[in-house]
Every structure is written in structure tokens, then in C-alpha cells.
Design a protein around this ligand. Structure first.
Ligand code: MG
Length: 186
């Protein structure tokens, strides 16, 4: 057996969560975006459901990897550690540089069409903390982070939408069982 070095999943998850926090992004910030995206479809939705959904999404490997890669590149660009011309492309968030979106969208791809369309919407309209990241002009580079946050929010939105439908179907199935039982007894 070859001795290949393996990183434990828990380590990766922890690193991804810490990376987000270190860049000033809290789960609550992302949950607020999810709430705004999903409330029009479910007026029973509570903010805490959105917090839970974001938390579950952060357990997904594709998302963790995108967080780690994106934030690392932002950090390296901040410290002027990338080589040219990549340094300038990332640092200035050059308009035609699309790898930030590609990585973020790629991470959301496995979570269905709602994740993809919500990502597109967030990329265009920049809601909540995404807007702050996009407009904040400081010593910080957030070229990748805004897209990563949009990807997490989009995936958490999709997850909620699918779970809502599952719950509705379960209720109607239970209701059908109850009616059948009533019919049987009458
Ligand atoms: Mg970007």
C-alpha cells in the first residue's frame, strides 16, 4: 500500500470556516441573503432555517475547496505575492477575468438549477454583504470572496427550496394516508 498523505475532512471544513470568518464573513451575513432569495417563495421561512442551511452547505467538500482556493488567491494578491500578470488581474478585479465566477459557479453546479440561477441573480444584483465586498475599495482584495459568498448563498437557497417541496409532499402524503384510513373505517 502506498503511503499517500491525506488531509482529514474535518480539517478541511474547519479551515474553510475559519477562512471565511477571517475575511469578515459570518454565517448570519450569508443567511440574510438566503432569506431574501427564498422568502418570496415561502412566507413561513425563518432566518434560523437559512442559518442552518448555510451551515449544512459549509459541510460540502466542493464548497470548502472553492472557499480555500478563492480566499487564498485574494490573500496572496493582497500581499502582492502572485506573479504578473496574474497579480494585477486579481488585484484590480479586471472585468474580463472570470475565473472567480467560474470557481464559484462550479462549486454550486452540483446543487441543481435553482443554485445556478440564484448564483446568476446574485452575481448580477450583488445583495447584502456581496455588495459590500464588491464596492469596498480598501487594501483588501475580495475578487474571489464576493463570488464564493454568492455561491454559498445560492447553494443554501437551493437546498431550502428542495427541502420545502419535500416537506410539502410529505404533508400531502400523510394527508392521503389519513383520508384512506378514514375511508377504510367508514
Ligand atoms: Mg469577483
Amino acid at each position: 500500500m502506498t503511503n499517500v498523505k491525506q488531509v482529514r475532512s474535518q480539517e478541511v471544513e474547519q479551515a474553510a470556516r475559519e477562512a471565511l470568518t477571517s475575511r469578515g464573513i459570518l454565517i448570519d451575513d450569508i443567511a440574510a441573503i438566503v432569506f431574501e432569495m427564498q422568502y418570496p417563495y415561502n412566507d413561513q421561512l425563518k432566518l434560523e432555517d437559512c442559518v442552518t442551511s448555510v451551515d449544512r452547505v459549509l459541510e460540502k467538500r466542493e464548497i470548502q475547496h472553492a472557499i480555500l482556493v478563492g480566499i487564498e488567491l485574494d490573500r496572496l494578491a493582497e500581499r502582492k505575492m502572485l506573479s504578473e500578470p496574474l497579480q494585477t488581474l486579481v488585484e484590480t478585479d479586471e472585468g474580463l477575468f472570470g475565473v472567480d465566477e467560474t470557481i464559484a459557479l462550479g462549486a454550486a453546479l452540483g446543487y441543481g438549477s435553482i443554485a445556478v440561477t440564484t448564483y446568476g441573480h446574485l452575481d448580477k444584483h450583488k445583495i447584502g454583504v456581496i455588495k459590500k465586498l464588491d464596492t469596498k475599495r480598501s487594501e483588501h482584495v475580495h475578487t474571489f470572496l464576493d463570488d464564493i459568498v454568492a455561491s454559498i448563498a445560492a447553494t443554501a437557497s437551493s437546498r431550502l427550496a428542495h427541502r420545502l417541496r419535500d416537506a410539502q409532499d410529505r404533508i400531502s402524503r400523510d394527508e392521503q394516508v389519513r383520508r384512506d384510513e378514514e375511508d377504510r373505517l367508514s
